[in-house]
Design a protein around this ligand. Structure first.
Ligand SMILES: C[S@@+](CC[C@H](N)C(=O)[O-])C[C@H]1O[C@@H](n2cnc3c(N)ncnc32)[C@H](O)[C@@H]1O
Length: 256
């Protein structure tokens, strides 16, 4: 009984400390992002300790190679890394729409290679920035995030000696209505930042996803890409999908 009380006291104290740190960090971030809606947003720190990426040498090596080429933090990248294990038994290729300088895409490609999968990864981007922004997108405007090129991604692919990638340039899905006709995908990383691009890409890719295939929406948990949050909140209720909000900020939808 005494021991139980002590354990509970420790937990309460730890929680108090975390809460103070969380509020302080949120206050600091608010100085940069004063447009955050404090009713909907706060700073997430969880109470868990298990951090398997620290012991995953291959992940750490790959992270070093790609980290200058990505906007994703290592939590999100590790989640992608792990999810490729989960879809490795499925018969389908892999696609990333929203590649920027190729960081997250090449990390996925490396994992596919390490698992000796037959799947190919298509790395798809306009390479001219974000598209189809509207009133639904509070932060980004068209053409932002255009500081990249197809050549930048190809250089990273060469540096990492990846043989399983194909870089595709164009606006998705508009320029590809008649391409990828018989393709089936086991995994899709969708990272295009605007409501309409996310909606159109999702509608385009959904019919190409195999059963139990996984779509990861990178932008779900960010106040800067709230259009994507709102879109995913609409489709999460669909009967043919299983939805999960990962506290990394990613939304995960699995095709039932
Ligand atoms: C946030 S960045 C992707 C970040 C990347 N996944 C990483 O590892 O950091 C978003 C990218 O989406 C691309 N993009 C946005 N809308 C698009 C669309 N409809 N078709 C093709 N590319 C698009 C932009 O050009 C930009 O490179």
């Amino acid at each position: 009984m005494k021991k139980d009380k002590l354990i509970h006291l420790k937990l309460s104290l730890a929680r108090l400390i975390i809460d103070i740190v969380r509020k302080f960090l949120f206050f600091l971030l608010y100085l940069f992002y004063s447009d955050i809606n404090t009713k909907k947003h706060s700073f997430i720190i969880t109470e868990s300790f298990y951090t398997p990426w620290k012991l995953d040498k291959k992940f750490q090596e790959t992270l070093k190679q790609i980290k200058k080429n990505t906007k994703c933090d290592f939590y999100r990248l590790y989640n992608l890394w792990q999810l490729i294990d989960e879809v490795s038994h499925l018969n389908g290729d892999i696609i990333e729409i929203g590649v920027w300088k190729g960081g997250s895409g090449c990390l996925i490609a490396k994992k596919i290679a390490l698992l000796n999968l037959k799947s190919k990864i298509f790395l798809c981007d306009s390479f001219t920035g974000i598209k189809k922004t509207s009133k639904k997108d509070p932060y980004f405007k068209d053409h932002q995030v255009s500081d990249t090129s197809k050549e930048t991604v190809i250089a990273l692919i060469k540096k990492m000696n990846l043989k399983n990638t194909k870089v595709v340039k164009g606006i998705f899905p508009d320029d590809f209505k008649n391409s990828f006709k018989n393709k089936k995908f086991a995994f899709c990383h969708l990272d295009v930042d605007s409501y309409n691009s996310t909606k159109d890409c999702y509608n385009w890719v959904w019919n190409k996803m195999v059963k139990n295939g996984v779509i990861v929406f990178d932008d779900y948990g960010y106040h800067t890409t709230e259009g994507v949050t709102n879109f995913v909140n609409k489709i999460r209720k669909n009967k043919d999908n299983f939805f999960s909000y990962n506290l990394t900020g990613q939304a995960i939808i699995i095709k039932r």
